[in-house]
Design a protein around this ligand. Structure first.
Ligand code: GLU
Length: 441
């Protein structure tokens, strides 16, 4: 039975690269009916922090990457010591103060097999003696990693290729301890668009940050799976079950993957679009509460309808509050360019006034009826629909892009719509009066 592990160190947040490594291990285990172990590598007592551990576990749970067993290296110091002692007793290691150091055998070649790269061979001359136990009694990474991977029965080590230089040292320790080495799969790193290794400079790296921004776990998983793994088809949307069915180690790419936030946002948008509206609303509500757009007493049906109207336009959950914010506040933010183009014309105030008069008389206040009445008005005035709709859209939403204006008006409701139009009319007229005065001077 395949046994794999994800071995994060709680010295920082779970980042995109770690999450992808974890996902590949998890997918391999789930697709082969193997075992997936989570091993917390918290041997560095100074740099390991509970808040990081909590965040890592929380992020993994959020992504639904469940583990079959969990171990903490900090609770296994006795086991490491026992194995170091064994090498001491066999004369393969020596002590230097309290530290226990493995003596590198001379003139041998160390070979290991990497599933993506084939056989790799390194001369022992290139390696230094290996500290196994440090003078403070804590184990060194390469040593406890080998002891655990061997004792826990790992069949495959799937990890970032930043560890490839550690592998020969680890192989040596496997051999010294009499363990059979597993297979290795070193996955190429994730790079930013400029080709350098992904870091904070390229945007958010922590998984929790993506969660805060309104990315869905299923979208993140879908995107991360394709970041470095090639399904061999053009298919882009993969449910977890699809991934479990189709994932294979051999289709992992051999070159670095480029992280593309726009691609992730596109995938996320696809999931948002397809999501059950009830669930989507539940997920968006916290973002609206955070902005104080709603409190606990909101009109659920109204909000559901509005989210339904916007759901094809949302790259993330947080975009709803951005795009539809004008529904929830009285002081709409007006985009300067939009105002210049559509509201600072002489015709605008007059058009908006007429538009408003028609709406005042519109009953029932439903988008189909509103549309019919406005189309009639436009015909009567002998103007194009856009002549009146564009200024009205800016007046009501503050900008030039929105879903259908008649739906927007229905959702805003008669009272708010009229009040907002009145405010804009007064503003335009005050400005016009000011300019008229200037002309008299
Ligand atoms: N704790 C190590 C890391 O986070 C694990 C490396 C490995 O997978 O062997 O980089």
């Amino acid at each position: 039975m395949p046994v794999v592990r994800f071995a994060p160190s709680p010295t920082g947040f779970l980042h995109i690269g770690g999450a992808r490594t974890c996902l590949f291990n998890w997918l391999y285990a789930r697709s082969t009916k193997g075992k997936f172990i989570l091993r917390i590598e918290d041997t560095d007592q100074v740099r390991s922090e509970p808040k990081y551990l909590e965040e890592i576990l929380e992020s993994l749970k959020w992504m639904g990457l469940d583990w079959d067993e969990i171990y903490y290296q900090s609770k296994r110091f006795d086991i490491y010591m026992e194995h170091a002692q064994k090498l001491l007793d066999e004369g393969k290691a020596f002590k230097e103060g309290e530290a226990i150091i493995y003596k590198i055998p001379q003139d041998t070649k160390i070979r290991f097999f990497d599933v993506l790269r084939g056989e790799i061979a390194v001369d022992t001359e290139q390696l230094k003696d290996q500290v196994m136990i440090k003078s403070d009694g804590s184990p060194a990474y390469n040593f406890c990693c080998v002891v655990d991977d061997a004792l826990m029965g790992m069949t495959h080590i799937i990890r970032g290729d930043d560890h490839i230089a550690n592998t020969p040292k680890q192989i040596m320790l496997y051999e010294a301890l009499g363990f059979k080495p597993p297979k290795f799969v070193h996955i190429p790193m994730i790079h930013g668009e400029d080709g350098s290794r992904m870091s904070k400079r390229h945007g958010a790296t922590a998984i929790s940050e993506y969660r805060k921004q309104g990315y869905l776990p299923e979208a993140l998983i879908n995107y991360l799976a394709l970041l470095g793994w090639n399904p061999g088809t053009n298919k882009e949307i993969f449910s977890k079950d699809d991934l479990i069915n189709e994932f294979s180690l051999r289709r992992i790419n051999k070159t670095a993957a480029i992280f593309d936030i726009n691609r992730l946002s596109w995938v996320n948008g696809q999931y948002i679009k397809e999501m059950d509206i009830e669930k989507l609303t539940q997920l968006i509500v916290p973002f609206l509460k955070e902005k104080e757009y709603i409190d606990d007493n909101y009109d659920k049906d109204w909000l559901k309808g509005l989210i339904d109207l916007y759901k094809t336009r949302l790259p993330t959950l947080s975009h709803f509050a951005k795009l539809a914010g004008f529904f929830f506040i009285d002081n709409v933010f007006y985009d300067e360019a939009a105002v210049k183009e559509f509201l600072m014309t002489h015709a605008a105030a007059e058009y908006i006034e007429k538009f408003k008069q028609v709406l005042e008389m519109t009953e029932p206040f439903e988008h189909k009826v509103i549309e019919e009445n406005i189309r009639n008005l436009v015909a009567d005035m002998g103007i194009k629909a856009g002549d009146i709709i564009h200024p009205a859209r800016v007046a009501l939403t503050g900008g030039t892009v929105s879903p259908g204006i008649f739906e927007i008006i229905e959702f805003l409701g008669k009272q708010k719509t009229i009040a907002r139009l009145d405010k804009v009319i007064t503003k335009i007229n005050t400005r016009a009066a000011m300019f008229d005065k200037l002309k008299e001077l």
